[in-house]
Design a protein around this ligand. Structure first.
Ligand SMILES: Cc1cc2nc3c(=O)[nH]c(=O)nc-3n(C[C@H](O)[C@H](O)[C@H](O)COP(=O)(O)OP(=O)(O)OC[C@H]3O[C@@H](n4cnc5c(N)ncnc54)[C@H](O)[C@@H]3O)c2cc1C
Length: 391
């Protein structure tokens, strides 16, 4: 694998860097994510004007039509320069949008894609249910055909940002008698429909990030079915491929580690400096840096496979497990660097970095659960990577 940029790639990298340096807003270290998102509206509009808000989408639908390598360079430079990403739009731009591009009709594309690109419509994902997470195909939410509509009844859970969302990509059972993967249909549900109730769930970092969503006789027009009736499982897998193929996070982790080292160095002379009290911490930070670099190499491997037209399979699971677990280790080391002050959350005048690392530590627990747990990913690596029998 040649890690150097070709002349064209180097020129593209320079274009991205110049644009970010000129246009991206800068925020002091420790700025809360909510504040970053609120104050980055102009920047997101500038990204959208170039199609760079949706790097992977084809140009004809308002995206940038970037090649896999260009997307990689773009993501890498965004992470290196800590340029704000429109995280509130990520389910729309990163998952629902690309799925609609693949499976949607022209009418559906015209109806839903512009609102995603303009940032006016937030999307959420209604896959998981109380009894259907890892075993998603066991889902029980029912959709029954009634004239030109389907009538939806049931419950979703862990639906991230559903309390802001205008639309939900939603799986429901349309044929209860078919084998469980075959009787599922993929809907787009208008969250303003009568009968949709969103109840907030607070996570242990005290953030209202995800929700329960209840459907009580919600009417969904048949035009909102994506793909064919009872074939929604295959559409759903397209969305999961887009969700799991993200290689951006491993690149961002190196920045996290560098920021941590910077902080430790800046505070090294203070009497409560964690480095002074625990000299071994420097080895732990070094381990994190080496691991983050290994994560970056894994990302290169996935990107180079995609660039050759190959579809990463167990390799994507490998990166997901590695990144999620490393993210947790980094969060743990960050707390050690802050010492006893690490326990102070946002809102305390003494909280270093306004409690951001404390919050990150609590939030990081979910990384090995969301988008497929580490156990499920390891099963995939064992079966498809090593050819071991099913457990
Ligand atoms: C922060 C966060 C955000 C999320 N956002 C969304 C969202 O927006 N939309 C959405 O639909 N869902 C969302 N989810 C839900 C997520 O997809 C599920 O939590 C996940 O798939 C696991 O399902 P479960 O919670 O039902 O756990 P279960 O499937 O009940 O698993 C429980 C435990 O058993 C283990 N296990 C299960 N099956 C096996 C097996 N075959 N072999 C070995 N071990 C196994 C699991 O690894 C886990 O440790 C989110 C979750 C989190 C944490």
């Amino acid at each position: 694998m040649d890690l150097r940029d070709s002349p064209e790639e180097a020129a593209f990298r320079k274009e991205v860097v110049d644009f970010i340096e000129k246009e991206a807003p800068k925020f002091p270290r420790g700025t809360r994510l909510e504040e970053v998102l609120v104050k980055s509206g102009d920047w997101f509009r500038k990204l959208a004007a170039r199609g760079w808000i949706a790097p992977a989408w084809p140009k004809e639908y308002g995206g940038a039509g970037m090649s896999v390598v260009e997307q990689f360079i773009f993501n890498e430079e965004m992470a290196i320069h800590r340029a704000p990403r429109p995280l509130h739009l990520i389910i729309g731009l990163g998952m629902a949008g690309p799925t609609i591009v693949v499976h949607g009709t022209e009418e559906q594309k015209a109806k839903w894609l512009p609102g995603m690109l303009a940032g006016t419509d937030i999307w959420c994902q209604g896959y998981s249910e109380p009894e259907a997470g890892s075993d998603l195909a066991s889902l029980r939410t029912r959709a029954v055909k009634d004239g030109d509509d389907y009538v939806l009844n049931g419950q979703k859970i862990w639906s991230t940002i559903a309390h802001f969302a205008r639309w939900m990509i939603c799986l429901a059972r349309t044929d209860p008698d078919a084998p469980k993967h075959r009787g599922i249909t993929y809907f787009v549900v208008d969250m303003k429909s009568p009968g949709v109730e969103v109840r907030g769930l607070t996570n242990m970092a005290d953030a209202h990030e995800f929700n329960e969503v209840f459907f009580d006789n919600v009417r969904v027009p048949k035009e909102n079915v994506l793909g064919e009736e009872n074939r929604g499982w295959y559409v759903a897998m397209t969305t999961l491929d887009f969700e799991r193929s993200s290689v951006g996070s491993a690149i961002g982790m190196r920045q996290e580690v560098e920021e941590m080292i910077e902080y430790a160095r800046e505070h090294a002379d203070e009497p409560t400096s964690a480095l002074k009290l625990n000299p071994m911490l420097r080895f732990e930070m070094t381990d994190r840096l080496i691991e983050a670099e290994a994560g970056r190499m894994l990302s290169y491997r996935i990107a180079s496979m995609q660039a050759r037209g190959l579809i990463p399979n167990y390799e994507a699971s490998l990166l997901k497990v590695y990144s999620a677990e490393l993210h947790q280790r980094i969060a743990c080391t960050q707390l050690k660097v802050l010492g006893m002050y690490a326990q102070l959350k946002s809102g305390s005048a003494q909280a270093p970095l306004d409690g951001r690392w404390c919050n990150q530590y609590l939030r990081s627990v979910g990384y090995t659960i969301e988008a497929g747990t580490s156990e499920i990913q390891r099963n995939i690596i064992a079966q498809r990577g090593f050819g071991l029998p099913r457990g």
